[in-house]
Design a binder for this molecule. Structure first.
Ligand SMILES: [Zn+2]
Length: 402
């Protein structure tokens, strides 16, 4: 057990919040699960830190499909903020963080509660939600298989491979979601190469075998929570992916285009009922090249257009899917800053985001200017899909509900 987890458990017990320790996979007495017949959910994390100005401002947008077309189909909350309620302020008076893993968890859990971490060393910010995620609420109530509850993750953000379940005492690994990412594909590929003993048509040498084993062990060690078990439906998914794109990693799309491809394929092959696509390319602007930011907005916009079109063409999703588009955080708008477009310094603009709800159960054509909060999304989704989100912010976005 790592130190952070020990501290978490100690503090939980000390607070009297749990009669027993939150052991992973512990048996829970539960009502039998119900069949699910409500809407599917696709959350697009318009991520990597996208400002309102270049996203939903019709005059300045670099995401024209989002700003001009999609916004008309649903309800746009154009003054949403991170920590608008000030409810997230920690005991030391600091505002909540405006960053990617954090914002993702605020969206998924509807809470700004302090985040736990796993592991240490090379990968910092390996956050674990301390409150239940939408996936856990959903799967604990309804009969929905793991392979139909999916997060699509970027190859560069291994720290977001831990968002599959929370440390909450009433939920956890039994209700987790699955992740599709290149990291997961590589884990599949290396284990296959070891099984097959061949690579690119020839036998692998003893030295190559050791190297592949090391690479596999490194990937497998990233999530140390629980025993590593692979989902058979995902293994079939990766087998088809490998058949199509090969072993090199050079033929498949990269960056956020990869996420779009994974989302589209999973809709065809796995039919997720709840899916979160964690776009992130905007964040390459940290390197200082502004065009990375503007181009990434366009790539996300194209991705959304393709995913929405795929949903409209597929009977499983058509007229029965709820969509939410929301950034993980904003970015600075101080053009005189030494390094512009940052989001770690708690400037107003980094807190300023938006959310667009559209699809099943959402009225069309409304725009709301009043302030609202990123943590209201989870409860609103729960209301529209028919499950309780009792640890989340209870003030839902009533305007998003028909
Ligand atoms: Zn960043």
């Amino acid at each position: 057990m790592d130190t952070n987890r020990r501290i978490f458990i100690q503090s939980t017990v000390a607070a009297g919040a749990a009669a027993s320790l939150p052991l992973v996979g512990q048996e829970k007495a539960r009502d039998p699960k119900a069949d699910y017949s409500g809407p599917n959910l696709i959350i697009i994390r318009f991520g990597g830190g996208a400002r309102r100005l270049e996203s939903i401002d019709k005059k300045h947008t670099h995401a024209p499909f989002l700003a001009h077309e999609l916004s008309r189909r649903g309800v746009l909350f154009n003054s949403m903020e991170i920590d608008h309620f000030d409810s997230g302020r920690a005991a030391n008076g600091k505002p909540v963080d405006t960053s990617h893993g954090q914002g993702t968890i605020y969206i998924m859990t509807g809470s700004y509660k302090k985040l736990s971490t796993v592991g240490s060393g090379a990968l910092d910010e390996r956050f674990v939600p301390s409150t239940p995620t939408l996936f856990e609420y959903f799967r604990s109530k309804y009969k929905v298989d793991e392979h139909q509850a999916l997060i699509i993750n970027s190859e560069d953000r291994k720290q977001e491979e831990f968002l599959t379940y929370s440390n909450h005492v009433r939920f956890g690994i039994d209700d987790k979601c699955q992740i599709l990412s290149l990291y997961r594909f590589k884990r599949y590929l290396f284990s296959k190469l070891l099984d097959e003993g061949r690579r690119e048509g020839r036998e692998i040498t003893a030295k190559e075998r050791r190297q592949i084993q090391q690479q596999y062990d490194r990937l497998a060690a990233i999530d140390r929570r629980g025993k590593l078990t692979e989902n058979p439906r995902l293994m079939e998914f990766w087998a088809r992916w490998r058949h199509h794109y090969g072993d090199s990693g050079l033929k498949n799309p990269r960056g956020d285009r990869l996420l779009t491809e994974l989302a589209l394929r999973s809709m065809r092959e796995l039919q997720p009922r709840m899916m979160m696509v964690n776009y992130t390319d905007c964040d390459y602007v940290h390197w200082g090249i502004r065009s990375h930011y503007f181009n990434a907005l366009g790539i996300m916009d194209q991705g959304i257009r393709q995913i929405v079109a795929a949903a409209e063409a597929d009977e499983f999703y058509r007229d029965n899917t709820l969509f939410v588009v929301v950034p993980d955080c904003g970015r600075d708008n101080d053009l005189l800053a030494d390094i512009p477009f940052q989001h770690h310094f708690n400037t107003r603009s980094a807190h300023r985001i938006f959310a667009l709800f559209f699809g099943k159960g959402v009225p069309a054509g409304d725009v709301f200017d009043r302030g609202c909060d990123q943590i209201q999304i989870a409860g609103t989704v729960g209301r529209l899909m028919g499950f309780d989100t009792d640890e989340a912010e209870s003030r839902v976005l009533e305007e998003a509900i028909e």
